[in-house]
Design a protein around this ligand. Structure first.
Ligand code: SF4
Length: 492
């Protein structure tokens, strides 16, 4: 004598998930199996599985088997999924087969938030966090690691050979021969890995998840994982975009900022980032795209050698020269040189030969020469902005970072359950969608948010003509139930 409806609280997160997923144009977003084939057993509608994932990730239920178990025992899930209990395999394949759709759904949600004026795109704080991959450190190799293993094995073989010469009995000799044989097998394995590494053209090789990389998880602790970039809007600290791939933040700023700007459709944008993102080329790319950066400046590398540092040299932009502390002018021949990953111009003067303060300036026998990166101007402008607006820059930590604490500590998102960059990003986008939904709940209140979502859902069903989708969804549910009850299914 109990209705499921009564068992789910009015302000339950499950009810929010229900209306949220119904308000998404799942077919347009690329979710598979949105329509039913005429023949065969009907699959689960993606709305059912997406609701399950969105509910599960909120409660730390991420693996497909845990989600399946929850479907069997969790009352809110009985209500949310209308009694359906998809198998662990079905749940798992849904996440795997809809990686791109998860990203689109997240972006769609971000645009909804912009429409509701919860995101304004004025200032985006970008930061990263690391998660472990489905690949142990033992299964990650670089050339140095392989060399160490080979050296150790060669040493062992040499040691066993010496021990054979000194062995007293045939039994001991045969034991040692076996040990040599085993070490030779290991040697062959490492040689194969070395070949794979060379052929891949990469600096490291992860054998279980080839796209995972050795990253510094915390201080000096290295493990195999992904470095996830996250952009957060400063208005309500909601996630805007995410990327992954590189092991550090050096070249992530421009891609992240441009992606966020294009998604939000704003003409100008400001970004807040820490020192790890401060690279001349990235700052210059942002400036070209009307993005004003506030990235913590890095000290010049020549600062700590006890000689005149770069701040003692004044750059004259108009003439493209430097004036040194002795008042001489350093000129460039205009050539741009490649120095590692940077492109620089050289500046020097003949006045160094007879300079009275040369011992304070340089130890180079040819006199002081200055290297100026071609993006130095962008670095200097960025440093000026940060130094002149310390309070604004301080907002960075308030806008970002604390979300990572919630995701990692409260929800256990310290590792990914999937392999490959695209699938990992799908998990990230799903988690960010859940976070944004909960954050909206706090900002707007459950009732107002449900009302907005319901309005959107009705607009979506009426105007985009996907009402049939809902009908088809209902038929899916009816058919699923009829199968469960062993009664003839309803024809579509
Ligand atoms: S050594 Fe050359 S660059 Fe340095 S202060 Fe003297 S003249 Fe200027």
């Amino acid at each position: 004598m109990l209705a499921l409806e009564e068992l789910v609280a009015e302000d339950s997160y499950a009810r929010l998930v229900d209306v949220f997923v119904d308000a998404l144009p799942l077919e347009e977003l690329g979710f598979t199996q949105t329509t039913c084939q005429k023949e065969g057993r009907p699959p689960y509608h993606p709305a059912v599985l997406l609701k399950l994932y969105m509910y599960g990730y909120r409660h730390g239920l991420r693996s497909s088997s845990k989600l399946h178990q929850a479907c069997l025992v969790n009352v809110e899930l009985w209500w949310l999924l209308k009694g359906l209990k998809p198998s662990a395999r079905t749940i798992c394949y849904f996440r795997h087969n809809n990686a791109a759709a998860f990203k689109k759904a997240f972006r769609h949600f971000v645009l909804m938030l912009k429409e509701w004026k919860l995101i304004d795109g004025e200032t985006i704080a970008i930061d990263s966090f690391k998660i472990r991959a489905q690949n142990s450190l033992k299964q990650n190799f670089n050339q140095k690691k392989i060399n160490n293993h080979l050296e150790y094995i060669d040493g062992k073989i040499e040691q066993y050979r010496k021990e054979i010469d000194e062995a007293d009995s045939l039994f001991q000799q045969s034991e040692l021969m076996n040990k040599i044989h085993r070490q030779k097998k290991k040697h062959e394995t490492y040689k194969k890995i070395e070949k794979e590494l060379t052929e891949s053209g990469q600096s490291q090789l992860s054998r279980v998840d080839p796209e995972a990389r050795a990253v510094v998880l915390h201080r000096n602790i290295v493990n195999v994982g992904y470095n996830v970039q996250a952009g957060c809007d400063s208005k309500h600290k909601l996630f805007v975009n995410a990327q992954t791939g590189a092991v550090n933040d050096t070249h992530a700023l421009a891609d992240m900022a441009i992606e966020a700007k294009e998604l939000l459709g704003v003409k100008k944008m400001k970004t807040l980032t820490d020192k790890g993102y401060t690279t001349g080329a990235e700052l210059a790319r942002c400036a070209e795209n009307d993005i004003t950066t506030y990235s913590s400046p890095k000290a010049h590398s020549s600062q700590k050698n006890g000689l005149y540092d770069m701040q003692d040299f004044i750059y004259n932009e108009k003439e493209d020269t430097y004036t040194c502390p002795a008042g001489s002018t350093l000129h460039t021949n205009g050539t741009v040189y490649q120095k590692g990953k940077h492109r620089v111009k050289h500046y020097k003067t003949k006045a160094c030969k007879g300079c009275a303060v040369r011992h304070l300036c340089t130890k180079n026998k040819n006199g002081r020469f200055i290297e100026r990166g071609i993006h130095q101007k962008a670095l200097e402008e960025n440093a000026k902005r940060v130094n002149e607006n310390p309070d604004y820059y301080r907002k960075r930590q308030q806008v970002t970072e604390h979300q990572f604490g919630t995701l990692k500590r409260q929800w256990g998102f310290t590792h990914t359950l999937v392999k490959g960059k695209e699938n990992v990003l799908a998990e990230v986008h799903l988690t960010f969608s859940v976070y944004n939904l909960l954050r909206c709940m706090q900002i707007l209140g459950t009732e107002k948010l449900r009302m907005l979502l319901k309005e959107l859902a009705s607009l979506f069903f009426d105007q985009i003509g996907l009402f049939e989708n809902r009908i088809s969804h209902s038929f899916f549910l009816i058919r699923q139930k009829s199968i469960l009850k062993n009664v003839p299914s309803v024809g579509l």
